[in-house]
Design a binder for this molecule. Structure first.
Ligand SMILES: [Zn+2]
Length: 335
């Protein structure tokens, strides 16, 4: 893409140009995927969306605004997101990356939470090819509900004899994929405890614990768990495990249209992300629009979606003040 023809006097650095090029390619893939799904829903007369929601999803990220900040680096600032994360990869990606950054910052600003033992745990539930989405989804949901209740009871001084009460806090996401063996629905957990898991046993790709398996079998009839300790002093390890928890929202992209519709209907108005105990203090609500940068100067670039591709519309210099108010170069910079 030629970035200089619209504004030849404005210098764009190569890193920023590459960042925009990669982001526009990724969003293009997302738009193509979403538009195919909407077309398929229309063609088969089973769209779950109202006409206005349908139009919003189709128009999602059809306008992109990037900024190259002097102190804060490159950002996708705005894109008129549709916020239908369960069918729109652009919105799912945006939410996941903002949530990872938010929780990461919250953890690092809370030294009390950072102490203790942390683990990343995957809890799948057994399933058969003949079982429908809701049956498998409810099996997992039921197990998570019982863990939540056990942690509450334990905090009130009762002992429900549930292995998971050794964790004072749990953050989890629910992920769904489909294979020839049916719906594979599992939970990704980030957990914290004052004490280590005593009976960790090694297996391919991680660890398991006989006592955790015993409880998970009692709760759901399933006998598979996978555990990985997290080194909280290693920022990369924490970031990698946070991404594992939050990338749940991107898995639907691999589903066939008919399965995506089943998963969308099956999870309608259901949250796929939750927290229990002390990790309820971590806030995962994020706004998809905006980049939260204040007090910096930038070069801003805009793109619009025309006939199935992004067209570059031009650059503009500006500054965002301490209050978040934006001034463009033609304006006065006084606040
Ligand atoms: Zn969207």
């Amino acid at each position: 893409m030629n970035y200089t023809e619209k504004n030849p006097k404005l210098h764009i650095n190569a890193d920023y140009a590459e960042f925009m090029s990669k982001a526009t390619k990724r969003i293009k893939c997302s738009k193509v995927r979403t538009l195919k799904f909407l077309d398929w829903c229309d063609d088969t007369h089973q769209s779950p969306f109202t006409p206005s929601t349908n139009a919003n999803i189709a128009k999602c990220a059809s306008w992109l605004q990037f900024r190259d900040y002097e102190k804060n680096g490159h950002k996708l600032t705005n894109a008129r997101f549709c916020k239908k994360d369960k069918v729109c990869p652009a919105c799912a990606m945006r939410r996941a990356s903002k949530q990872v950054q938010k929780v990461y910052n919250e953890l690092y600003s809370n030294p009390d939470l950072m102490t203790g033992y942390w683990y990343y745990i995957v809890l799948p539930v057994h399933h058969k090819a003949s079982e429908d989405f809701s049956t498998v989804f409810n099996r997992l949901g039921g197990g998570l509900k019982k863990i939540n209740q056990a942690i509450r009871d334990f905090k009130r001084g009762r002992d429900p004899h549930n292995f998971f009460t050794m964790f004072d806090g749990i953050m989890y996401s629910i992920e769904e994929t489909k294979t020839e063996n049916g719906w594979n629905i599992h939970a990704n957990l980030l957990v914290r405890s004052d004490k280590p898991i005593r009976d960790l046993k090694q297996k391919k790709g991680g660890y398991w614990s006989p006592s955790m398996v015993e409880t998970w079998k009692e709760l759901t009839g399933s006998i598979n768990v996978s555990i990985n300790p997290i080194n909280m002093k290693n920022e990369d390890s924490l970031m990698k495990n946070l991404m594992e928890v939050f990338k749940y929202s991107l898995k639907f992209q691999d589903l066939k249209n008919e399965d995506l519709l089943i998963a969308y209907r099956g999870t309608y108005r259901k949250r796929l992300l939750g927290a229990m105990g002390s990790l309820r203090a971590l806030k995962t609500d994020v706004k998809l629009e905006g980049d939260d940068v204040v007090n910096d100067v930038f070069v801003e670039s805009q793109f619009v979606w025309i006939r199935n591709k992004f067209v570059f519309r031009g650059h503009q210099k500006g500054r965002v003040g301490t209050s978040g108010h934006v001034f463009y170069e033609a304006d006065s910079y006084d606040e």
